[in-house]
Write a protein that binds this ligand. Structure first.
Ligand code: CO
Length: 218
């Protein structure tokens, strides 16, 4: 059973739920149009490559949406989640490095986040992604980052992140730029997951006939 949120702005969308090119530049308010319960959008949905709108309204709807994001993140055993992964193309992401719903204090909501400084040193770490079930691969990223974002009240905050926090932040921030973790894998790592990516593409094509997407099979 699904509910329509009160902020449905009536933008035209195709019958399969994908927005038409005419509203590709839709603002954040109209992008924040979702149905409950949220579900995870799987690779290679074009939602994962679509532009994400900057958030300008820091209202109750935004806070509610972030709560729904945490809910689906915990339900799917995630430690981080970006809005496009639930089909909402806005610059919002959440994380809780403990992955435990009971650890409320570890939850962070990042609105319009960016990296303002990063370490020269990089580390290799095996990442997974809720949009790629059961696929894992090593990705190299800066070890630590200084980030800036807005909170749910629109107040800007800065954090120095290291270790797992820095890792999750950078992975989720990539989602807000339409980048996915396999884009960053070294050729031999990419080769090791390629077959599974193709399987996801084939599944998507079966379930969404005629929907165009960015394929790794070029
Ligand atoms: Co991800």
């Amino acid at each position: 059973m699904s509910n329509t949120t009160p902020n449905a702005f009536g933008k035209a969308s195709t019958s399969n739920g994908y927005t038409t090119s005419a509203d590709a530049d839709a603002d954040a308010a109209s992008a924040m149009d979702y149905t409950l319960p949220l579900s995870i959008v799987l690779y290679p949905s074009p939602k994962l490559r679509a532009p994400n709108a900057t958030i300008t309204e820091f209202d109750e709807k935004l806070a509610e949406f972030s709560e729904h994001m945490f809910k689906v993140m915990y339900e799917t055993d995630g430690i981080g989640l970006a809005a496009p992964q639930v089909g909402v193309n806005v610059k919002l992401m959440v994380y809780n490095p403990t992955g435990e719903a009971s650890e409320k204090r570890e939850e962070v909501v990042f609105v319009n986040p960016k990296v303002v400084n990063k370490s020269k040193g990089q580390t290799l770490f095996e990442e997974g992604c809720l949009s790629f079930p059961d696929i894992m691969g090593d990705v190299k990223r800066p070890k630590s980052v200084t980030i800036e974002a807005k909170d749910l009240e629109g107040k800007t905050f800065r954090l120095d992140l290291d270790g797992l926090e820095a890792r999750i932040f950078q992975h989720e921030l990539d989602h807000l730029d339409g980048a996915l973790f396999h884009d960053r894998m070294a050729p031999e790592v990419f080769a090791s997951v390629k077959e599974e990516l193709v399987e996801l593409e084939e599944m998507f094509e079966k379930e969404n006939p005629g929907v165009e997407y960015q394929s790794i099979r070029v």
